[in-house]
Design a binder for this molecule. Structure first.
Ligand code: NCD
Length: 336
């Protein structure tokens, strides 16, 4: 796949080779994220960051990625302060914004809205999450994390067993991750969800048609057994008609250290796209796991910056110029 000038909207666009290419470029970003070196690769370039839905890490991680490559970021947060609230179409907004920027990242509450925006954009658009549909950069950082955790544990990356747990109907991260992992051989997916929140048929068909084994269960304890990865998710309460309806499911699946000890393998990797809902009535991923060495959630968020740097370098056609635009770091840093 040729990346230069492309939008990044869905995992649909990628084959396995394209994903491996992104992961390889992301690996090359480690000296910059660990502050061993700095980069001026994108000096003079501007990213427009349009987040029309709440976000902390995705928004900051895209901005941090662009900044670490030497570029500048313009931000708009919230529909109420943008011209979309005056009835402007996404197409028109895209025509305007893409005149001011070299790349755009956008998050929006409507499925396929980022693709609609991209149709009007003259510069590459990266999907930071479109409603319950997709979150492709999260899936890329999740797969980068899975492969690096397996390496850390000395386990092979073949025949991967992954349990996805929680609100699989509304969770865009699990939609994109299932699609992405389906590009790799011999996956075993276990979808653990209440009946009303099960993985959409369309996504399960993609996994099955790629030749993978899938199983569906409502039962948490059996779903946790014999897994390489357990990927917990938050009930996406903002996608329900009422809070009361969302509350029916919050707290249904809670991973704690005692539950991990009882049902998981000692080397099962624990993941979550974050934010975890730590309020007592939900608490899907308990704080008592914070000292578990296989809790990979903060390594996931760290890896997100490398993935987004790689995507910017690729869509702006400069992934082979990193070495020409690097300099030593002059300030104190003990990141590793
Ligand atoms: C997720 C999202 O917004 O889709 N978070 C993220 O981007 N890291 C998941 C969530 O909000 O539960």
């Amino acid at each position: 796949m040729e990346f230069q000038g492309q939008h990044i909207l869905s995992i649909d666009q990628f084959d396995r080779e394209a994903v491996e290419n992104i992961l390889r470029v992301a690996e090359q970003m480690a000296p910059y994220t660990s502050r061993q070196k700095r980069s001026t690769l994108l000096e003079g370039a501007t990213l427009a960051s349009l987040f029309f839905e709440p976000s902390t890490r995705t928004r900051i991680s895209f901005a941090s990625a662009f900044n670490l490559l030497g570029g500048k970021v313009m931000e708009t947060v919230g529909i109420d302060i943008s011209s979309l609230s005056k009835g402007e179409s996404l197409f028109d907004t895209a025509q305007v914004v893409s005149g001011y920027a070299d790349a755009v990242v956008m998050r929006h509450s409507e499925a396929f809205s980022v693709a609609e925006f991209a149709a009007g954009s003259r510069v590459p658009v990266l999907n930071g999450g479109d409603g319950a549909n997709e979150h492709p950069t999260q899936a890329l950082l999740d797969s980068y994390t899975i492969f690096s955790e397996l390496k850390r544990l000395g386990k092979p990356a073949s025949k991967l067993r992954v349990a996805l747990v929680g609100d699989l109907k509304n969770g865009r991260t699990v939609h994109s991750l299932s699609r992405l992992l389906s590009l790799f051989p011999k996956m075993e997916f276990t979808f653990v969800a209440p009946n009303a929140l099960t993985m959409p048929e369309k996504i399960m068909a993609i996994c099955e048609n790629a030749g993978h084994r899938i199983s569906i269960t409502q039962d948490f304890s059996s779903g946790l057994q014999n897994q390489d990865v357990v990927y917990m998710t938050r009930v996406q309460e903002e996608r329900f008609d009422t809070q009361e309806e969302a509350n029916l499911y919050r707290g249904k699946y809670r991973l704690t250290q005692p539950i991990y000890d009882q049902y998981c393998n000692p080397d099962t990797i624990i993941m979550h796209p974050l934010p975890r809902d730590s309020r007592p009535e939900a608490n899907e991923l308990s704080d008592d796991l914070n000292r578990n060495p296989n809790l990979a959630i903060f390594r996931q968020s760290d890896n997100g910056v490398k993935i987004r740097m790689a995507l910017f370098a690729l869509v702006l056609g400069v992934e082979n110029k990193l070495a020409q635009y690097e300099a030593p770091v002059t300030w104190y840093s003990n990141k590793s």
